[in-house]
Write a protein that binds this ligand. Structure first.
Ligand SMILES: [Zn+2]
Length: 85
C-alpha cells in the first residue's frame, strides 16, 4: 500500500471497519451502502479479499456438511480466524 500517512490511516480505518463486517456481509445482513463499502475495500485490500475467500469457503464447507446452516459453528470458525488474523 503506497501513499502518505493520511491515506494510509484512512485505509486502515476502512480495513478495520470491513474486517469487522465480513461475516455480516456474507450473511447478507448489511445495508446496501455497507455492502458497497465492503466490496470497495476488498477490491483494493489483498488481506480482506483473502479473508473473505477463506470465510466463503469455510461457510460453504459447513453448509455442505449439514442440511441446515449452523450459525454457532460458523461463528466459532469466524472467531478463530479473527484471532489468528
Ligand atoms: Zn482490509
Amino acid at each position: 500500500m503506497n501513499g502518505g500517512p493520511i491515506k494510509r490511516r484512512i485505509f486502515m480505518r476502512q480495513h478495520r471497519w470491513t474486517h469487522a463486517r465480513l461475516s455480516d456481509y456474507l450473511d447478507g445482513e448489511l445495508s446496501h451502502r455497507d455492502e458497497e463499502r465492503v466490496e470497495q475495500h476488498t477490491r483494493i485490500c489483498p488481506e480482506c479479499s483473502r479473508l473473505l475467500a477463506t470465510l466463503r469457503g469455510t461457510l460453504r464447507e459447513l453448509m455442505g456438511l449439514h442440511d441446515e446452516p449452523l450459525p454457532s459453528v460458523a461463528d466459532g470458525v469466524i472467531e478463530r480466524l479473527r484471532r489468528s488474523w
